[in-house]
Write a protein that binds this ligand. Structure first.
Ligand code: ACO
Length: 447
């Protein structure tokens, strides 16, 4: 036990958001959806998307290279690189192997890790792999990078406004400002066809929307139960300063925080003292309440202040970029971190819920240490947020056209992307061409 490295966790975070977005009010009008359905009903403001110039490899190249440059890391410092994604280009060759192109000039080819896939959960599995490596006998003292990235696009219809795109790269090692709490992890894995991608000729998933929400909420209940069982005392939401969630759309996260509150209520031995006014729900059973409007309304109202304080600040990226799939929960973490000043952060405890359809889910917690690396982590992370304001608002007509181009371009070879390079942010890697053997070539827009 004593030989475990101290304070293993996240030492730096860098975010990449697409340079283009569609506004959700514009999309409501274009889709002839009821006014407010996407903005109030789903809680979304904007949705980021990529043209055919960007794919999963280019997004990860951008995230990793910018993480390394912004944080003064040398590629030789890295002994493990893990990728979490559900955006598949090649059934055999990993995104990770493409990223090794960044390591070539340094001569460091001794970098373990490959890709991990299970819907939106792959980034968390990748992070767990990196933590396990650092706490194992195989660790050679170097740092790990975890990159989670996806392009989340849906076919025309009610799921389309819940898309998004993005990438997050995290530097993982000992003596970290964001310490992953040891031994405090609850997981729930099961078989369900709530969201999956059986058609390899399309980027679009097959989705059973209602089932996916039920699976998500059930996984949340199960992970919370398992996490609480490891706390060593009767722990509840009061243990945490913040709770961040995988965010398919912001409204579901508000319901999820209310769901944790409901779990606390169900587990309380003194309901009438601790939860006055909610006694009428004292005999409910959690599995019967996924779509119970009375329960949902009562607990959302009761947990509103807790939500505003603990979770709403974490929804900045999710509301303005959309569901990024694997990076989504880490977008929540990043948004929460930049919502406070550096001196408010030490000792904060952040609960994390990660969910991937199919299904895989985990809950764990992060303790912010007052370590010297914290100011640099926050100031470098803030730079990633600058691009949010520099994005270009695109009409729903252009957005739809871009998705059609992406769909046609998928698996075309040879192919030269037709997207506009001038729309990309400086320092972005992009796909320059695909040759007749489907080999993909990338270039970088100058910083
Ligand atoms: N003003 C305000 N609110 C409105 C309006 C309006 N005019 N119209 C509808 N709403 C509300 C609805 O009441 C509903 O709220 P509720 O959830 O509190 O009941 C909300 O807007 C959404 O409306 P629905 O009719 O339920 O939406 P629909 O069924 O068309 O689609 C869904 C929603 C299922 C989430 C769909 O977007 C989808 O399938 N998305 C992809 C799957 C997904 O994200 N699943 C979540 C977990 S899995 C994952 O991460 C991929």
């Amino acid at each position: 036990m004593d030989r475990w490295p101290k304070d293993v966790g996240i030492r730096a975070i860098h975010f990449v958001v697409p340079s283009l977005y569609v506004d959700q009010t514009d999309l409501e009008r274009y889709d002839q959806a009821a006014e407010g359905k996407y903005t109030i009903g789903l809680g979304q403001k904007q949705m980021g998307f990529c043209t055919d110039l960007e794919d999963i490899n280019s997004l990860c190249l951008t995230a990793v290279s910018q993480l390394v440059e912004n944080n003064g890391i040398d590629y030789t410092d890295i002994g493990r690189l893990e990728v979490g994604t559900e955006t598949i280009i090649d059934k055999s060759k990993s995104v990770k192997s493409v990223l090794m192109k960044l390591f070539q000039p340094s001569g460091n080819f001794q970098v373990e890790g490959i890709d991990t896939t299970n819907a939106c959960y792959g980034g968390t599995a990748a992070l767990f792999n990196a933590l396990s490596w650092i706490e194992s006998s195989a660790w050679d003292g170097r740092l790990a990078i975890v990159v989670a990235a996806d392009i989340a696009v849906y076919a025309k219809g009610n799921a389309r406004p819940t898309g998004g795109a993005g990438a997050v790269a995290m530097l993982v090692g000992p003596d970290a400002p964001l310490v992953i709490e040891r031994g405090l992890r609850g997981s729930y894995m099961n078989h369900a066809y709530d969201f999956f991608k059986p058609d390899l000729t399309s980027e679009y998933p097959v989705v059973d929307g209602k089932l996916s929400i039920q699976c998500y909420l059930n996984a949340l209940d199960q992970c919370y139960k398992s996490y609480r069982s490891k706390c060593g005392k009767k722990c509840n939401l009061n243990e945490f300063d913040s709770f961040v969630f995988h965010t398919p759309y912001c409204k579901l996260v508000q319901k999820s925080l209310a769901r944790l509150y409901l779990n606390d209520f169900v587990n309380s031995d003194s309901k009438s003292e601790d939860y006055p006014g909610l006694e009428r729900f004292q005999d409910i059973s959690l599995p019967d309440t996924y779509f119970d409007r009375d329960v949902e309304k009562a607990f959302m109202e009761r947990s509103k202040d807790t939500f505003e304080r603990m979770t709403k600040p974490s929804l900045l990226l999710a509301s303005r970029v959309g569901n990024m799939y694997t990076p989504s929960v880490y977008g929540g973490l990043a948004s929460y971190l930049v919502s406070l000043s550096v001196d408010q952060l030490p000792d904060k405890k952040i609960g994390v819920f990660s969910y991937g359809s199919g299904l895989a889910s985990s809950m764990y917690s992060i303790r912010v240490s007052g370590n010297d690396g914290l100011p640099a982590l926050i100031s470098n992370l803030k730079k990633s947020f600058d691009n949010l304001e520099r994005r270009l608002r695109v009409s729903p007509e252009n957005f739809t056209e871009v998705l059609e181009i992406r769909q046609k371009a998928l698996h075309q070879a040879p192919y030269v992307p037709i997207g506009n390079k001038s729309d990309l942010f400086p320092g972005t890697w992009y796909l320059s061409s695909v040759d007749e053997m489907h080999r993909r070539y990338y270039e970088r827009k100058e910083s």
